[in-house]
Design a protein around this ligand. Structure first.
Ligand code: SF4
Ligand code: SF4
Length: 453
C-alpha cells in the first residue's frame, strides 16, 4: 500500500473535530509562543541547562530523561517548541474527545484556548524541558480517555498516568480533575425514569470506580518503577531543591537568612529537662545555664542569622543580650559540643513526641487538647506513669467541655499548623492507648453522666 493511500485512509478515519482541535492548537500555539521558539532568553534554570540529560530520578521524575531526550539534551528552542506543540495539539484532540466536543468550531476553540492558556506561558519559559512536560500533559489526558472509552481501559490508563507522573508528578492533580469531570459527565447522561434509579446508580458507580482503579494502579506503577530505578542507579530520593538542607548551610550558601523560632522549645529545654540531662548541665565547669548553652550552640552555627526567643522578664533580656554579644560562630569548644550531644541523647530517651506546647495546632474542631495530651504522654516517660495519667484526667476529663485525645476525628487540620511537623493524628492514637485506660474511660463517662462539671 502506497504512503499516499495510507494517508487517505487515515484522513477519512480522523474526525473533523479532531483535525480542528489539532490544527487550531498548533497554529495558535505557534503564533503565541513564537517569540520563545525563535529567540529564547533563558531564565536562571535555562542558563544552567543548555545541555542537560534531565536524569532526575532522585526527584521522582524517572521518565523525564527519556521524554526530553527525543529532541536531544541540548536546548534547541524551535525543535523542542515544535515537538512540544505537537504533543500539546494531540492533547487538545484527546481532550475534545474526552469532553465530547462534537462541533468543529467548538473543537477549534478548545484547541486555541488550550494553546493560549496563561499557565502554558510559564511552561514555555522553561524551554529546555517543554517537550517532556507537554508529553506528560498528553499522557494525563490519555489516561482518563482510556478509562472513559474502554471497560478495561484503567490498565493502559494507569500506565499513562505512571509515565506522566514519571515526567512530572504535578500531572497527577490534573488527571484527577479530568477524572472528576468525566465522572460528572457520566452521571449527567441517560438519567433513568422512575423505578430504575437504583440500577442506574449502581451501574454509574461501577463505571466511576474505574477512574479510582486507574489512579491507584497508576500511582502504584509509578512508585514501583521509581523504587526499582533508584535501586538500579544506587541513588536515594532527594528533597525538593535541597530544602531539607536549609539548616545545614545550604540556605546560607544561597544567601537566605536562617531565623530560629522557638530556640528553647517553648521553655522545655530549661524547665522540663529530664533529671539525667540536668545532672549533665551541672558538670559544666563554667556553670552556664541550660538556656545560655542552648543559645550559644545556635550562635555557633555560621548560617544562623537571628534567634527569636520569647522573654518574660528584664533578667531574661539582660542574660540573652550578654549571650548574644559573646556568641559568635566557631566559639563553641569540643567539650561544649560533647556536653550538648550527651544532653540531647538524654532528652531523646524520654521524649515520645517532639511537641513544644506552642499551641499553633489549636483549636481542634473536635475539642482535643493536643498540647496537653502530648505533655502528659511525654511525662509518662520522663516522670511517672501514674502522675502523668492523673494530670491527663484532670486536664481533659474534669472539664465542662471534655478534651480527650480519643475525640480526634482524624481531620488533619492541626497538622497543617504544627511547626514541628508532628504526625499529630498518629501520635494521638498512640497516646490514647497509654493514657486512656479503663479507669480513665470510666471516670470520664461518670463525669459526663452526672454532669459534674
Ligand atoms: S486531626 Fe484530630 S486533633 Fe487534629 S484537628 Fe482534627 S480532630 Fe483535632
Ligand atoms: S503539636 Fe505541634 S503545633 Fe501543637 S502544640 Fe505541639 S508543637 Fe505546637
Amino acid at each position: 500500500m502506497s504512503p499516499g493511500r495510507v494517508f487517505r485512509i487515515l484522513g477519512k478515519k480522523i474526525k473533523p473535530e479532531w483535525k480542528a482541535a489539532f490544527f487550531a492548537c498548533f497554529s495558535v500555539g505557534l503564533l503565541i509562543h513564537m517569540p520563545i521558539l525563535l529567540s529564547d532568553i533563558p531564565n536562571h534554570d535555562g542558563l544552567a541547562s543548555m545541555y542537560f540529560d534531565q536524569n532526575m530520578v532522585t526527584s521522582g521524575r524517572w521518565f523525564l530523561t527519556v521524554a526530553c531526550g527525543i529532541s536531544s539534551y541540548y536546548t534547541i528552542p524551535w525543535v523542542i517548541g515544535l515537538l512540544g506543540l505537537f504533543y500539546l495539539s494531540l492533547a487538545a484532540t484527546a481532550l475534545c474527545e474526552l469532553l465530547e466536543v462534537r462541533r468543529t468550531w467548538a473543537a477549534a476553540l478548545c484547541g486555541a484556548l488550550l494553546a493560549s492558556f496563561p499557565a502554558l506561558a510559564s511552561t514555555f519559559a522553561y524551554v529546555y524541558t517543554l517537550d517532556g512536560y507537554m508529553m506528560a500533559l498528553l499522557l494525563a489526558v490519555l489516561a482518563v480517555l482510556f478509562v472513559k472509552k474502554y471497560r478495561r481501559g484503567f490498565v493502559p490508563g494507569a500506565f499513562c498516568l505512571a509515565f506522566s507522573m514519571g515526567i512530572y508528578q504535578s500531572y497527577l492533580p490534573f488527571t484527577m480533575i479530568l477524572s472528576v469531570f468525566a465522572v460528572w459527565m457520566l452521571f449527567l447522561k441517560n438519567v433513568p425514569g422512575e423505578g430504575a434509579e437504583r440500577a442506574w446508580f449502581m451501574e454509574k458507580m461501577r463505571s466511576a470506580l474505574r477512574y479510582v482503579y486507574m489512579g491507584v494502579l497508576g500511582a502504584a506503577f509509578y512508585y514501583g518503577i521509581l523504587q526499582i530505578l533508584l535501586k538500579l542507579q544506587g541513588k536515594q530520593l532527594g528533597d525538593y531543591q535541597g530544602i531539607g538542607e536549609m539548616a545545614s548551610g545550604a540556605a546560607a550558601e544561597r544567601g537566605i537568612p536562617v531565623i530560629i523560632m522557638e530556640p528553647l522549645r517553648g521553655g522545655r529545654l530549661v524547665n522540663l529537662l529530664p533529671k539525667e540531662a540536668k545532672k549533665l548541665f551541672e558538670t559544666d565547669p563554667l556553670a552556664r545555664t541550660p538556656a545560655e548553652l542552648a543559645f550559644r550552640w545556635l550562635y555557633d552555627q555560621p548560617e544562623v542569622t537571628c534567634v527569636l526567643s520569647g522573654m518574660n522578664s528584664m533578667e531574661m533580656i539582660a542574660e540573652n543580650v550578654i549571650t548574644a554579644e559573646k556568641g559568635t560562630a566557631g566559639h563553641f569548644s569540643k567539650e561544649d559540643a560533647a556536653l550538648v550531644e550527651k544532653v540531647k541523647e538524654e532528652i531523646e530517651k524520654t521524649v515520645k513526641v517532639n511537641c513544644t506546647g506552642c499551641g499553633y495546632c489549636m483549636p481542634c474542631p473536635f475539642g482535643v487538647d493536643i498540647p496537653v495530651t502530648f505533655r502528659c504522654y511525654n511525662e509518662m516517660y520522663s516522670e511517672t506513669k501514674s502522675g502523668a495519667r492523673k494530670e491527663y484526667l484532670q486536664c481533659t476529663a474534669f472539664r465542662k467541655n471534655q478534651s480527650s485525645a480519643s475525640q480526634c476525628r482524624q481531620c488533619g487540620k492541626c497538622e497543617q499548623h504544627c511547626p514541628q511537623q508532628i504526625e499529630i493524628r498518629k501520635e494521638l492514637k498512640r497516646a490514647v492507648k497509654e493514657l486512656e485506660t479503663l479507669p480513665y474511660r470510666a471516670a470520664r463517662k461518670g463525669i459526663q453522666l452526672f454532669r459534674l462539671w
